[in-house]
Design a protein around this ligand. Structure first.
Ligand SMILES: [Zn+2]
Length: 179
């Protein structure tokens, strides 16, 4: 029997809520893609995980929180967005107790995208965010990973060329945490 922890890998927003948008690109589509890639690597390594919807389905937050609560570790992917197109970087929001894991996740993304670590070495406290998505932290006990700024065309181009490396690195951090 494996004593590994279970991991919830969730995609922000939902099939009916696109989140932030840049041209034809939506946050919901990008984070669903990330969820699939990370799940792929966790499956290859035999790490138990759950997702907020199967295949191409991205369930809304209420269901996502239930998935998070049922797992030992829960992360939800988002993209940041700002009116200032130059805003850039990665940040992970969490409760204080998950600060170390948040910084590891931010560092994994920073390593391949080469974008700045925002906040405290990539970590921001749960109070610094916005929107109801913070229910994922307060109710779900999870971490919110703001991968990069969808509003920044350079961030987006880096994501498109490096996303598989980013997903592999994030999966490696989660694997370490679970075993
Ligand atoms: Zn979002």
């Amino acid at each position: 029997m494996s004593k590994n922890k279970t991991i919830a890998i969730c995609a922000g927003h939902s099939d009916t809520d696109p989140g932030a948008v840049n041209g034809t690109r939506t946050e919901a589509q990008i984070v669903l893609d990330m969820r699939k890639m990370v799940a792929h690597y966790l499956t290859l390594d035999g790490i138990k995980h759950e997702t907020d919807g199967k295949g191409g389905v991205n369930q809304p937050l209420a269901q996502t929180i239930k998935v998070a609560q049922a797992c030992d570790i829960a992360i939800e992917f988002h993209c940041n967005a700002a009116a200032n197109k130059a805003a850039t970087g990665v940040e992970v929001l969490s409760a204080n107790k998950n600060k170390a894991l948040a910084q590891k996740l931010a560092s994994a993304i920073h390593k391949h995208l080469g974008i700045p670590l925002r906040g405290d070495k990539g970590w921001k406290s749960e109070g610094s965010g916005q929107h109801s998505r913070l229910g994922f932290i307060s109710k779900g006990g999870g971490l919110i990973v703001e991968l990069f700024f969808i509003s920044n065309n350079a961030d987006l181009a880096k994501w498109d060329s490096k996303k598989w490396l980013v997903a592999k690195e994030v999966a490696a951090v989660l694997m370490q945490e679970a075993t």
